[in-house]
Ligand binder design. Structure first.
Ligand SMILES: Cc1cc2ncn([C@H]3O[C@H](COP(=O)(O)O)[C@@H](O)[C@H]3O)c2cc1C
Ligand SMILES: O=C(O)c1cccnc1
Length: 337
């Protein structure tokens, strides 16, 4: 009998020295990566996380519990190696690039920050679209270029992180606009809003949502998105083109995947979803995409931290399918199961 690739992968998993199916979702992950790479010996090389940072015009409407300056202060912290993502990327041997997608601060050529600044933050979408179409396209192009650089370095597994005070607002609006899910179910506390802060955020975002009637995917992204989210969107599209394994992070980064999915639904074939965030709309977001997350740790940080935490598990899946003995090679009786 001639088996197709999926059948061969399933057969390989079923004949490793373990009860059938006992590696649970790790088997699904191995299967997925095998299908992406069209190989029964899938391998991950040179893992990378690209962290895109940007400011947001909407942040001055009191939609975040934090002041805008934290965006650039955190970028400096990432460069110094002190962010949560720095710790996790170091721990797991993941290359981290930090990109100024549109921070309202002059880093003056600081080494360790890629200068991709399209603007000093997005516009306040309460009054005008967050980005012009041209800015949005430029941001997407930067995302593509950053991924291309990683591809040229031999990277075949990539994740995206974000930093940008106020960016849970564009993420909520993008989910609402692309999916049609009620805005109320998309808006959460972000970095830590109080009850009254959450009410204010919802009322501001309701005004924004009503202000524009745009339906075309790129227009939605330009109107309601942010520069770092547009870069993630462009990056995801390029990573799919280069047939990489793509790892999605939390609510905010995944909004870039929702945008990419609206332009090219096939990105889902290459994507693994690292974790279910504590942020309110994330479960609805994953349900909308029809996917399940690997981890559930109540993280609500972003930065790519979920990607870094899920990576060793994803890698384990490839090591297991490649390195475990088969019943035959180890002379273990298959009937033992
Ligand atoms: C110190 C600090 C570090 C962070 N790292 C990521 N975020 C996260 O929180 C922000 C989104 O939440 P909101 O929309 O409520 O502003 C983003 O910067 C996100 O990356 C942080 C937030 C803070 C305060
Ligand atoms: O899930 C996320 O990406 C998230 C949630 C809250 C704050 N920052 C990021």
């Amino acid at each position: 009998m001639i088996m197709n690739l999926e059948q061969r992968l399933r057969h390989k998993l079923a004949t490793r020295t373990k009860p059938v199916g006992s590696l649970g979702r790790l088997e699904d992950i191995a299967l997925r990566i095998g299908l992406i790479q069209q190989s029964t010996v899938p391998e991950l090389h040179n893992p990378a996380i690209i962290l895109f940072a940007a400011d947001h015009g909407i942040a001055c409407e009191g939609v975040s519990s934090c002041p805008r300056e934290i965006t650039h202060q955190m970028v400096l912290n990432f460069v110094a190696g002190g962010g949560g993502i720095n710790v996790l990327a170091r721990q797991h041997g993941i290359r981290l690039s930090v990109v100024d997608a549109g921070v309202d601060f002059d880093f003056e050529g600081l080494s360790g920050v890629v200068d991709a600044k399209v603007a000093r933050g997005s516009n306040n979408m309460l009054y005008e679209p967050a980005m012009t179409i041209e800015q949005c396209e430029r941001a997407m192009e930067w995302g593509r270029q950053m991924v291309e650089t990683e591809f040229e370095r031999g990277c075949n597994v990539i994740g995206f992180g974000e930093m940008g005070i106020g960016n849970s607002s564009p993420a909520a609006l993008l989910l609402h606009k692309y999916s049609g899910i009620a805005l109320e179910d998309c808006v959460g506390r972000g970095a830590g809003l109080s009850d009254s802060g959450l009410e204010r955020k919802y009322s501001v975002l309701k005004s924004v949502a009503r202000r524009y009637d745009v339906r075309e995917p790129l227009q939605i992204l330009a109107t309601f998105g942010g520069l770092e989210i547009a870069m993630i969107c462009g990056g995801v599209l390029q990573a799919r083109r280069r047939n990489m394994v793509i790892i999605a992070d939390g609510f905010i980064a995944t909004s870039g995947f929702v945008a990419a999915h609206s332009m090219e639904p096939d990105i889902l074939d290459n994507t693994l979803f690292s974790h279910l965030s504590h942020e309110k709309g994330h479960r609805a977001m994953l349900d909308y995409l029809g996917v399940e997350a690997i981890l559930q740790l109540d993280l609500r940080l972003g930065e790519g931290t979920g990607v870094a935490l899920a990576y060793p598990i994803i890698r384990s899946a490839t090591l297991l399918i490649n390195q475990m003995a088969s019943f035959e090679s180890a002379a273990v009786a298959e009937t033992a199961i």
